[in-house]
Design a protein around this ligand. Structure first.
Ligand SMILES: Cc1cc2nc3c(=O)[nH]c(=O)nc-3n(C[C@H](O)[C@H](O)[C@H](O)COP(=O)(O)OP(=O)(O)OC[C@H]3O[C@@H](n4cnc5c(N)ncnc54)[C@H](O)[C@@H]3O)c2cc1C
Length: 451
């Protein structure tokens, strides 16, 4: 009999396990893959250090900092270089910096003159009444079409690889939704919030972009080291959970393919919504369907590295491409400008994203066609005359980013109902509570607190 079984050794499951270990509780983590980390995976190759999954996180809650403090010397946070805070957005085939202040907001060509004047009236616009209004609807109503197309749309592409016409702010961007609901205005609400007293914990939330010295896998290695290898059962397949009286039976095939059953008082799942029906067949099919219908978008991540960079000046975080620009790339992160030691001296490393909710057609293309498209787009956008990178990798993520759309509310209440029906069962993971790494770290802490 184990006290806790955690399913999934991605960032969420490992953070949960880390906190249980800190409290010296009894637990074991089941992972079907042959390594921990889930979608996080850093690779060193040919003088480049690249990420196959997420590239960076945002310090959007203090738990992120606490985790790094706890991990100590095993894992050193690297905050993105402040010199490259700028974010480019493509308009009419030209990179334009997203405004960072009032003056640049007035002169930027990204937004129309009409919308720049219109924004002065934003605080006086009535509050939305439809909790399922899409993000596109909300932004068009409060800020105007050009803000939607050239500020919110690229932001959503960068975070969700998503479509503002489908995401619902109540679930996908709850802080933005609350600004309107609580204060009646984005501008008025932001100003009022700035003057509110901040606790020490709130002051730590800098929203800085971070990675880890040596790549994000160093964070995973640090977590694994603190948790203990013996508590993470890699290559565990066909895991199924069955409730028995006041506890659970967990059956699986171990790394030798032998069937094993153990009992546990609590089970914490951190797997994706599409994997839940295999693990928990005892849940009624209607509830499983409501959870499993979560829309995950497919994303292509293309890593491009040059040993000698001869293209445009990499003075930004990266560039995002609004949907209205009708290009085949979603955007590119200038990784070697953001973090140290990502490319050989004088070289450059990029993470390029393709696909997403509105370009699923791109995901289906074979690798040689993807390479052709990237070569053409890259030469044009990054001012490269000859596309001969020393590093070129295509990584396909079939279940990349969950999209919190209009059906999210029903999904969340279904999860709560299941957890109430089966005390001791906790359903976590990126199917709720946010999609970013910082959200996962925060959820991992909360999941551990339930025990
Ligand atoms: C391409 C991409 C880019 C991203 N970019 C960013 C970014 O720049 N910034 C940011 O903050 N976030 C980003 N994210 C999101 C972030 O990476 C994720 O939110 C986070 O890493 C997810 O962690 P997780 O543990 O919840 O899920 P996962 O990493 O998916 O881990 C789940 C684990 O469960 C295991 N598992 C699944 N089914 C079973 C089963 N039946 N039995 C046992 N084990 C099972 C899986 O093998 C996996 O190890 C990105 C995600 C992707 C895919």
């Amino acid at each position: 009999m184990r006290e806790v079984v955690i399913i999934g050794a991605g960032l969420t499951g490992l953070t949960t396990a880390f906190h249980l270990k800190k409290r010296e509780l009894d637990f074991v983590v089941f992972e079907q893959a042959n390594r921990a980390g889930g979608v996080i995976h850093s690779v060193s190759e040919n003088g480049f250090l690249y990420e196959e999954g997420p590239n960076s996180g945002v310090i959007s809650n203090a738990e992120v900092l606490h985790l790094f403090e706890d991990l100590g010397a095993d894992c050193e946070m690297e905050v993105a270089a402040s010199a490259v805070k700028k974010r480019y957005v493509l308009k009419n085939g030209k990179w334009e910096a997203l405004p960072g202040g009032l003056k640049s907001a007035v002169i930027t060509p990204l937004f129309s003159l009409k919308d720049k004047f219109r924004i002065l009236l934003e605080p006086f616009r009535p509050k939305g009444k439809d909790p399922h209004e899409t993000l596109a609807g909300l932004v068009r109503r409060r800020l105007g079409k050009s803000f939607l197309n050239y500020a919110i749309d690229p932001f959503i592409i960068g975070v969700y690889a998503g479509d503002p016409g489908r995401l619902v702010p109540k679930y996908a961007l709850p802080k933005l939704y609350q600004l309107e609901q609580q204060y009646g205005s984005f501008i008025g609400g932001s100003i009022k919030k700035q003057f509110q007293p901040k606790t020490e914990e709130m002051k730590k939330v800098t929203r800085c972009v971070f990675s880890v010295k040596g790549g994000l896998s160093v964070l995973i290695d640090g977590l694994v080291k603190h948790i203990g290898n013996e508590r993470i059962l890699l290559n565990s397949s066909k895991i199924t959970v069955k409730p028995i009286a006041d506890h659970f039976e967990v059956s699986y095939l171990n790394n030798q393919g032998e069937p094993i059953s153990i009992e546990a008082r609590k089970v914490i799942s951190t797997v994706g919504a599409h994997q839940l029906d295999q693990i928990m067949p005892f849940i009624d099919s209607v509830s499983l369907a409501k959870i499993g219908s979560l829309h995950y978008t497919k994303v292509l991540e293309v890593i491009v590295g040059f040993k000698e960079w001869k293209g445009m000046n990499l003075d930004a975080f990266g560039g995002l491409i609004p949907f209205v620009e009708k290009r085949d790339l979603l955007g590119a992160l200038f990784m070697s400008a953001l973090f140290k030691d990502r490319a050989p001296e004088g070289g450059a490393l990029f993470s390029i994203f393709m696909g997403g909710v509105r370009r699923q057609d791109i995901y289906q293309l074979p690798d040689d066609e993807v390479q052709k498209i990237v070569g053409m787009e890259f030469c044009d956008l990054m001012k490269v005359t000859d596309f001969q990178p020393e590093l070129f990798k295509i990584i396909r993520h079939p279940y990349a980013i969950p999209q919190y759309e209009a059906d999210s509310g029903e999904r969340f209440s279904t999860i709560v109902a299941i957890e109430q029906k089966y005390p001791g069962l906790v359903i976590g993971g990126n199917l709720r509570d946010g999609i970013g790494m910082a959200d996962r770290i925060l959820q991992g802490k909360k999941l551990s607190d339930v025990v």
